[in-house]
Design a protein around this ligand. Structure first.
Ligand SMILES: *[C@@H]1O[C@H](CO)[C@@H](O)[C@H](O)[C@H]1NC(C)=O
Ligand SMILES: *[C@@H]1O[C@H](CO)[C@@H](O)[C@H](O)[C@H]1NC(C)=O
Ligand SMILES: *[C@@H]1O[C@H](CO)[C@@H](O)[C@H](O)[C@H]1NC(C)=O
Length: 469
């Protein structure tokens, strides 16, 4: 070993130690979750479909507002809780959005500090909500990803209340996310260890939400996360202990100690022994919004490798009026691996939210918008579509939970809750095979047509014979 090499190693060791020490700083009680923590999922099931057996997004957000005593901090892509953009607005199902916005306005009037950070490009939305919130004293900041990273958007959907309770999931601050779009999120109540860590990501957005902000070369120590895939936090909810951590995208917005959202998903998939079940709005192994269009195989490769080691894979992507037709090529390519070896099993379906004539008129709705992966070991609940752009350039967050020890309670742990949602949806009438979604790609084989012709000729002949008598 040369001297130079040894010196480098020495400094690396020092750095490593100071990082580990840095992670342990502060009053440990501030980070403790105790046994009060409650973790569960919340869902929005679109109007007219069988309601969820879990808490609704509306109920969870209402609870969060009620619980607030000091602060409500929300990071969001955009805001349209009031319905100003549907034909003949307001739509009868938009009142829940009004109730949430009214709840936030009332909280602000009662002295609760409201801080909002959102994506800057909101020209397409009237932004009525933001004006109303500012009028009652809410602080609002906008993050310009184009200026900071040359691409991307702030696509996060996250609430932090009193730095003790949180929501993280697919629901935008949009009335449709409460009644017309299918959504899934995590709700954690009385979990300061998780909320405080998630708030560090809120603080990152807040820091970047000024016109002169720059992404620092190295984030200051107060933004560093004590928890990550190597050092998860241990929390107990309803007698079940979990190891958990919060992830964030893109990498530039991850201070030291923060696992990137992509690494978090790799971590969950690599840990799987038996199955990987994924539900996402969009699955495109591409970088599609930052030309030139190019292949991005990071998640695709991980899925194919998992399948090759015998883990069974089910992918449920959304199908709605705006789904790109190129989806078929990528999905059928992934699925075709199944033919390679006996132990390889990759199945793909597409979920279609039904819509009647009136519902079909509501723009940006009636779609399966949830984004999660659940395995036999753990789960990742996120906010990002599965295409490269979201992990490389856009702001998103995720929550990973791995149930460990059970000391009591019969209830389903968080992983089981997510797994049951997947089972319900996969086996429902709304999940269609590629053959059903893209019939033109699977023309009926000639042989079959011939024989059905033969059958119908035989039937006509029988009728003819019958009529003759
Ligand atoms: C965001 O930043 C880009 C690049 O600096 C700029 O062209 C654009 O106008 C900014 N967007 C807004 C809404 O200010
Ligand atoms: C589960 O229990 C074992 C043995 O009691 C302990 O070492 C481990 O830390 C526990 N795991 C969690 C996540 O609490
Ligand atoms: C991803 O999700 C958003 C909504 O969250 C949607 O509008 C968009 O079309 C999706 N697909 C891609 C490939 O970005």
């Amino acid at each position: 070993m040369t001297l130079k090499y040894r010196t480098v190693l020495f400094f690396m060791l020092i750095l490593h130690c100071s990082c580990v020490l840095g992670r342990r700083q502060g009053d440990p009680d501030e980070w403790a979750c105790g046994n009060e923590c409650s973790l569960s999922i919340a869902e929005t099931i679109p109007d007219g479909m069988t309601p969820s057996t879990f808490s609704t997004t509306f109920q969870s957000w209402s609870d969060l507002i009620t619980l607030a005593t000091e602060t409500i901090e929300i990071a969001s892509y955009y805001w349209t809780l009031r319905d100003y953009d549907t034909p003949n607005h307001p739509h009868p199902t938009s009142n829940q959005g009004d109730e949430i916005l009214d709840g936030l306005l009332a909280a602000a009037r009662n002295g609760i500090q409201i801080r909002i950070v959102k994506h800057i490009d909101t020209d397409s939305f009237p932004n009525v909500d933001i004006g109303e919130l500012q009028a009652v004293g809410a602080d609002v900041r906008d993050v310009n990803f184009t200026r900071l990273l040359n691409a991307g958007i702030l696509h996060t959907k996250m609430w932090v209340v009193d730095r003790k309770h949180v929501y993280l999931g697919s629901s935008n601050l949009d009335w449709r996310a409460l009644t017309q779009v299918k959504e899934l999120g995590l709700v954690a109540k009385n979990c300061p260890c998780i909320a405080r860590d998630m708030a560090k990501t809120f603080d990152v957005y807040w820091e970047l939400g000024t016109e002169v902000a720059q992404i620092p070369e190295e984030w200051p120590v107060e933004y560093e996360s004590p928890f990550n895939e190597d050092v998860p936090v241990s929390v107990t909810s309803d007698g079940i202990s979990y190891s958990a951590f919060v992830s964030s995208a893109p990498p530039e917005l991850c201070p030291n100690g923060r696992t990137t959202d992509l690494d978090a998903i790799f971590h969950v998939m690599d840990d799987a022994k038996k199955f990987i079940h994924i539900a996402v709005m969009d699955y495109f192994p591409l970088i599609m919004f930052d030309p030139p269009l190019r292949y991005w195989g990071d998640l695709d490769n991980t899925l194919r490798n998992a399948a090759l080691r015998g883990v069974s894979v089910k992918l449920l992507m959304a199908k709605w009026s705006n789904t790109r037709s190129s989806a078929h090529a990528f999905l059928s390519s992934l699925r075709s691996m199944t033919e390679a070896y006996d132990n390889v099993d990759i199945q793909v379906k597409m979920y279609v939210v039904p819509a009647d004539e009136d519902q079909a008129l509501i723009p940006f709705s009636r779609v399966n918008h949830n984004k999660y992966v659940v395995t036999d070991v753990s789960t990742h609940i996120g906010t990002s579509n599965w295409s490269g752009d979201y992990f490389i350039a856009s702001g998103g967050v995720g929550f990973v939970a791995k149930p460990a020890n059970r000391t009591g309670g019969e209830g389903a742990d968080l992983r089981m809750q997510v797994a049951s949602v997947f089972e319900r949806d996969w086996n429902s009438e709304y999940s269609l095979t590629l053959e059903e979604v893209f019939p033109d790609e699977y023309p009926t084989p000639l042989k079959c047509t011939a024989s059905s012709n033969a059958i119908s000729s035989a039937i006509s002949f029988m009728f003819l014979v019958h009529a003759m008598y």
